[in-house]
Design a protein around this ligand. Structure first.
Ligand SMILES: Cc1ncc(COP(=O)(O)O)c(C=O)c1O
Length: 363
């Protein structure tokens, strides 16, 4: 379809910062084009351990507690397959990233959704969590900053979740792929850094979003030895190792000036504010996203279901958004708009969405 403005795809529009790409090119020129250890390049793991200690105060042994994965995507799959026995229940706060449920099911587990809503800023509450725990509950998957809502949890709120996890003996899979993308004075809380959590957390992180490196396919899992050992058993037969040029690029990313990330975050923040203001002006009531690069406005004003809204908006005005229902039942009544596109595109999308909403309201 021609002339489409897409707020659909969830990836940075920036090119990977040049020093990162250049390091990978040089390494290919030097012939570093072979397998690495199953765990990932030693030098990358060592640097990553330093990075996590400095940034979040979490200490991981880079020989036994870190695994370089093919993106956080592989990390989610490995985590589920490593910890789930058939019939185990896994709690998934919704709206949630689309891969969690299928990965739980593929591992033989049972998904138990825990609904969050705009009324509580799309945050998981200890009471909602506790209400869904049964003797079969094995794990909880959390992801803040959140895709698709942009919600971020404070330290105190996270501590309350941690308390439940400890008391009810849950493993927590914490997908922190958006850790660097937080705005408006909010800060990211690394779940494993909370007291008593490191020993029960599978901390997943990556390079895709913060460093605009989606195509390099590199992420990591940080967890207790026995869990990493179980994950490596699967990883070594399914992936063998993450791509070598990608790992070299990731290593360079960890040596690169922080300002490269900060500049991108500043630009996302500018776009975020323009989109948020525009959506609210149009009458699509929007929760203020505090992290990641998504806005999740309510489409209640139009009286439409999210699927019908997204389809009609694309056909009539050529703007692509994702129906909230794609992220679970709790996402119905909303659509996801990604603001990792240029300001010009955001402004154009807002003009078109406004026309569309006005027409629907007049009906
Ligand atoms: C919450 C979340 N986790 C994981 C991923 C996948 O990340 P990666 O590119 O590192 O596989 C995405 C991509 O959109 C995401 O939104």
């Amino acid at each position: 379809m021609e002339g489409v403005v897409s707020l659909g795809v969830g990836e940075p529009d920036f090119a990977t910062p040049w020093p990162i790409s250049e390091a990978a090119i040089h390494s290919i020129e030097k012939g570093h084009t072979h397998y690495t250890s199953n765990y990932g390049m030693l030098e990358l793991r060592e640097r990553l351990a330093q990075h996590l200690a400095a940034r979040y105060g979490v200490a991981y042994d880079f020989h036994t507690q870190l695994l370089i994965t093919v993106g956080v995507s592989e990390g989610v799959d490995l985590a589920m397959r490593a910890i789930i026995n058939p019939g185990d229940e896994v709690l998934v706060p919704e709206p949630s990233y689309v891969s969690y449920k299928p990965c739980v099911v593929l591992a033989g587990g049972v998904v138990v959704p825990v609904a969050t809503s705009q009324a509580n800023a799309f945050k998981l509450t200890p009471a909602d969590l506790e209400a869904k725990i049964t003797p079969k509950t094995r794990a909880l998957i959390i992801s803040y900053p959140n895709n698709p809502t942009g919600a971020v949890m404070t330290k105190r709120e996270m501590e309350a979740i941690a308390e439940v996890a400890k008391r009810r003996n849950l493993i927590v899979v914490s997908d922190e792929v958006y850790d660097r993308l937080v705005y408006g004075g909010h800060s990211h809380v690394c779940f494993a850094s909370l007291p008593g959590m490191q020993e029960r957390t599978i901390f997943l992180g990556g390079f895709s979003k913060s460093y605009a490196m989606t195509g390099w396919r590199v992420g990591f899992a940080a967890a207790p030895d026995d869990i990493i050992e179980a994950m490596v058993k699967i990883h070594q037969y399914t992936m063998l190792c993450a791509p070598t040029p990608g790992q070299t690029a990731a290593l360079q990313a960890l040596h690169t000036d922080d300002r490269l990330v900060e500049n991108m975050v500043r630009e996302y923040d500018r776009r975020r504010r323009v989109l948020l203001k525009g959506l609210n002006r149009i009458g699509l009531d929007c929760f203020e996203p505090q992290g990641a690069f998504y806005a999740f406005p309510s489409i209640k004003a139009t009286g439409m279901r999210s699927n019908a809204f997204s389809e009609a908006l694309l056909k009539e005005e050529r703007v692509a958004v994702i129906p909230g229902s794609a992220f679970g039942e709790a996402g119905e009544g909303h659509v996801r708009c990604c603001y990792a596109v240029s300001l010009h595109e955001i402004e154009e999308a807002l003009v078109r969405i406004e026309r569309f909403v006005k027409r629907r309201r007049a009906k």
